[in-house]
Ligand binder design. Structure first.
Ligand code: DX5
Ligand code: ZN
Length: 227
């Protein structure tokens, strides 16, 4: 078994208190989060709207570690610069967001940011081999994007396994996004994932004024993942 980096837990603030985002980012990092996953939705690529680059810029000072920005936006090219300026460390775009994904990934790297590719449940991975040299992260969507708290789509586990094989020993993170819980964390890591995004399973039971459950939930996920 090739050496794997320790599993990273990336809470998604889509499940946080929208009226207290800065405090929620600080709280979830204090409670052990490795990255903060920031879900940007445009109401066009996905049937929901969250926030834009200004919100990301406002969150930046409240995130000590990695700001992992997931752009559920199409067209996405016009917004790469704004999210790079907002302070994103990783900018993940959807394979389905436009006709020139290779150029989009180049544009992210040209801004000095890490480039991520998100793949919806119904999308094949046959384009990935042609993009590997432009990638720092691949995000497997294990729910249909747009909402938190959805049911995990089991069929995606095979996709995770195939992508891990494709990545081989390249320095590319394999991230899982959607419906991650203590019940599926172990099989996801066994299939090759090294970053687990989790919204509802991290933020459940806690609040900015009572963040301890965040820490307990993160520790439970990490333990279930074998981390
Ligand atoms: C869905 C988002 C996910 C979601 C994860 O479109 O990309 O990051 O917020 O939330 P849970 O873990 O609750 O499925
Ligand atoms: Zn996401």
């Amino acid at each position: 078994m090739p050496h794997r980096p320790p599993v990273k837990i990336a809470p998604s603030i889509l499940a946080a208190d929208f009226a207290a985002f800065g405090a929620e980012c600080r709280a979830v990092e204090d409670q052990g989060a490795d990255w903060v996953h920031v879900d940007v939705m445009d109401g066009h690529f996905v049937p929901n709207i969250t926030f834009g680059p200004q919100m990301c810029a406002a969150l930046r000072p409240h995130i000590r570690g990695v700001m992992d920005v997931h752009l559920m936006v199409a067209p996405v090219d016009p917004f790469i610069e704004a999210f790079a300026k907002a302070g994103a460390d990783i900018i993940t775009v959807h394979l389905e967001a436009g006709p020139h994904i290779h150029r989009t990934l180049q544009a992210i790297r040209a801004k000095g940011k890490k480039a991520g590719l998100a793949i919806n449940p119904g999308t094949d991975i046959d384009a990935v081999p042609y993009l590997l040299d432009q990638l720092d992260l691949i995000c497997v969507m294990t729910v249909n994007p747009g909402f938190g708290g959805q049911q995990f789509i089991e069929s995606q586990i095979d996709k995770v396994r195939s992508l891990r094989e494709m990545i081989a020993d390249r320095p590319i993170h394999l991230q899982i996004d959607g419906g991650v819980t203590v019940d599926n964390a172990a099989s996801l890591v066994a299939a090759g994932a090294d970053v687990l995004v989790a919204g509802s399973s991290v933020f459940k039971g806690g609040s900015v004024t009572n963040p301890a459950p965040y820490g307990a939930n993160i520790r439970a996920l990490r333990a279930a993942a074998g981390g």
